[in-house]
Design a protein around this ligand. Structure first.
Ligand code: ITT
Length: 205
């Protein structure tokens, strides 16, 4: 496994919520981070059908445009009663002609659950897959997931995206009702980052 100790990397995401969480999760590690937005690199179309495939597209795009080591993440919400939708379409459920609209996305999740034959508790999970690519062609993948339930109405003002309707197992609060540190003690993203840290940011000497 390759080391990222002392590296400068590009974080390939246009999502401000993700940027905040990666800065927090990697803050005590020996790594310097710029974002694609800071370097004027635009987001590629996400044409794959898996989280890993789309994470790879974003990482390779940023790595080629910057010639730096790139880290990208593809993530999403899977709701069991909706046959694991929205899954890789989680961002597109929140996208309309004027950009991101998470209220619309939350309403759609709840409407589809109301139209389904299922009853609460509505089991769900967030998944994240991180892809790190190196300019010489090297690549590593790290995955994380968190199980929980969908609740309604939305609660809390923290976090981002679908956080106001997701309560992780082991808590009675939504991700949006938690501090950043509390969310990180449960989240899919923190688990994927923990794997990355264990493999690429420890001094193995
Ligand atoms: P980039 O592709 O530029 O990274 P994006 O927001 O489009 O940004 P994805 O394609 O990976 O990212 O889509 C992930 C979707 O899942 C997006 O709608 C997020 O809001 C949602 N999501 C992922 N992690 C989340 C979390 O921790 N809390 C709430 N929503 C989350």
């Amino acid at each position: 496994m390759r080391s990222l100790l002392g590296s400068r990397i590009i974080l390939a995401t246009g999502n401000d919520g993700k940027i905040r969480e990666y800065r927090q999760l990697l803050t005590h590690h020996d790594i310097a981070m710029k974002t694609t937005g800071e370097l004027g690199i635009s987001d590629p179309p996400e044409t794959e059908t898996s989280f890993a495939g789309n994470a790879r597209i974003k990482a390779v795009n940023a790595m080629r445009a910057s010639n730096m080591i790139a880290l990208a993440e593809d993530s999403g919400l899977e709701v069991e009663a909706l046959q694991d939708a929205p899954g890789v379409a989680t961002a597109s459920w929140a996208t309309d002609s004027s950009g991101r609209n998470y209220q619309k996305a939350l309403n759609r999740v709840w409407q589809e659950l109301a139209d389904s034959d299922s009853n609460a508790p509505y089991r769900a999970r967030f998944r994240a897959v991180i892809c790190v690519t190196w300019p010489d062609g090297g690549e590593e993948l790290f995955a994380g997931r968190v199980n929980g339930i969908i609740v309604w109405p939305p609660r809390g003002a923290g976090g981002f995206g679908y956080d106001p309707i997701f309560v992780p197992d082991g808590s009675d609060r939504t991700f949006a009702e938690m501090t950043a540190d509390e969310k990180s003690s449960y989240s899919h993203r923190a688990k994927a980052v923990n794997h990355l840290v264990a493999q690429c940011l420890q001094d193995h000497e």
